[in-house]
Structure formats: structure tokens, C-alpha cells
Design a protein around this ligand. Structure first.
Ligand code: AKG
Length: 260
């Protein structure tokens, strides 16, 4: 089913849209099984909590919990189950509606399974995904698929609705472009935060300019979410940037076997 006019308006207004039961159980279970196997075998490329260095993360790879994985990078290259999801016809149709043009999948950004572990999984401050991305226009869409339940208690996402349309002055952000929690104006904004619960197969589409954050995982189970980023065909990455180096694909396209 394509998006309704109301859903498109909601996305444009709030900067995010939740699509319930979009990925069937079997598909999610397959992605969970591959995720568990790749975690168990520590299949590279991985990002460790210790490398991110956020509050609550282990101090180093040698510290207790130092090998806690935050992301299985390059999900698209890992297994057909992730490729099939990234190119899902219904998903691509919806993204095409939101962009109003053909869509491309960025291999440079997200393209991962986010894993948030109990104990050593760290919280993420309020940020916009676009902060480190370089595209002609700052209009990308992140697609977040919950492979299990996501709540405020296990580190689920929180959003500031409409914040993709707000101008936020530099002095309200720290050196890493997180909203500074001690700034009164930011505190008033945080009062508007929403933390939608997700269940297995639910998807959130969110604009790359939308402020979002996530807490720690206080549950006993690892939370896993598959995340890809898309841009419109008329909005290529800036030449020479990391965004360009990582490459993009039309969702119908496959990575060549022997890329030059
Ligand atoms: O799961 C989290 O802590 C949030 C991750 C996130 O928002 C990001 O990596 O952009």
C-alpha cells in the first residue's frame, strides 16, 4: 500500500512517520538470526561502544565490556536478508512518494544493524543524522526497522516532532553537534519529546534533520534494529566527501562483485 496523503503530510509536519507491522515476522526473525551469528563470530566491520565514547560506554576495548558491539556496519553487504529489506518494493514506493522522485540507498551512512546491549550499551544525545553527512540538500530519510520491542526502557528512539524544520543556533549545540542539555531553550524543547514504542516489524521513517536521541538498555536482552539511509536521485552526495566515497545505489541495483 502506498502512503496516504495524510501520512505524507504527517511526515512533512512531524519529520517522522511510524509504519506498523511493515516487515513480516519471518523476515525479522531471519535478520535477527544473522545478526546473532555475526555478533557471535564478531564478523567485521564492527563498531564498538568503546570507540563511540558516549557516556556509559566502556573506556577502551580492553576495559570490562570493551568488546560490546554498537553496530554491525555494512549491513547491505552482509547478507541477502538485509539487501532484500533495503530494496523492499513497498518501502521504496513510500520513499519515492516522500522524495517525489526516484530514491537512492546510501551505502556510506547507517547501512547497519544497531545493537544496544544491556550493561554496556550507551545512551545517545539529541542530534540530527545530517550532522556528518554531505549532500547537495540536507534532505535524506533514515529508515529504522525494529527487530524486536523498542521502548524507553530498552533504549528506544525519542524524537522532537517538527525539529527538522527548526533553526537551532550553533551555541545550543556542543562540539559534536549534540543539543546541550544545560541550555534552558533546549530544555523547553526536550519537554516536547515523544518516545513511540515499536514492536517487531515496525518501521520509523525519519528526516535527516530531525532531532532524536535514545537511552540505555535497562532490559536483559540485546535490542537490534536495521537502519538504512536514502536520498533522492537529484540530491547526490557532495563530490570528494565521505558520503560520496561510500557510494549510493538505486534500490534495484546490486553492488558489483568486483567493484573497481
Ligand atoms: O540507538 C541509539 O542510541 C541511537 C542511534 C542513533 O540515533 C544514531 O546512530 O544516529
Amino acid at each position: 500500500m502506498p502512503l496516504s496523503t495524510q501520512q505524507i503530510e504527517q511526515f512533512n509536519q512531524d519529520g517522522y512517520l511510524i509504519l506498523r507491522h511493515m516487515a513480516p515476522t519471518e523476515q525479522c526473525e531471519r535478520m535477527l538470526a544473522v545478526t546473532a551469528e555475526h555478533l557471535r563470530k564478531a564478523i567485521a566491520p564492527l563498531e564498538y561502544e568503546a570507540e563511540v565514547g558516549y557516556e556509559g560506554a566502556p573506556q577502551s576495548l580492553d576495559a570490562a565490556g570493551g568488546l560490546t558491539v554498537r553496530r554491525l556496519r555494512r549491513a547491505y553487504e552482509r547478507d541477502d536478508c538485509f539487501r532484500d529489506w533495503a530494496r523492499d518494493t513497498e518501502l521504496v514506493t513510500m520513499l519515492t512518494q516522500l522524495f517525489g522522485e526516484p530514491v537512492c540507498l546510501s551505502l556510506a551512512h547507517h547501512n547497519c544493524v544497531m545493537t544496544k546491549h544491556p550493561d554496556f550499551g550507551s545512551a545517545t544525545g539529541w542530534h540530527r543524522d545530517i550532522r556528518y553527512w554531505s549532500f547537495t540538500r540536507p534532505d535524506l530519510i533514515s529508515v529504522w526497522l525494529g527487530l524486536g520491542d523498542e521502548t524507553a526502557d530498552n533504549g528506544g528512539l525519542k524524537f522532537l516532532p517538527g525539529s527538522h524544520r527548526m533553526h537551532i543556533s550553533r551555541d545550543r549545540m556542543d562540539d559534536l553537534d549534540f543539543l546541550r542539555p544545560e541550555v534552558a531553550e533546549n530544555q523547553r524543547l526536550f519537554e516536547q519529546a515523544v518516545s513511540p514504542e515499536l514492536h517487531q516489524g515496525d518501521v520509523v521513517l525519519f528526516h535527516s534533520g530531525l532531532f532524536h536521541a535514545a537511552g540505555r538498555n535497562n532490559s536483559a536482552r540485546v535490542k537490534a534494529s536495521v537502519v538504512f539511509a536514502y536520498h533522492g536521485a537529484s540530491n547526490p552526495p557532495v563530490a570528494g566527501s565521505k558520503s560520496a566515497a561510500g557510494g549510493s545505489l538505486l534500490p534495484g541495483e546490486r553492488i558489483p562483485d568486483n567493484p573497481k
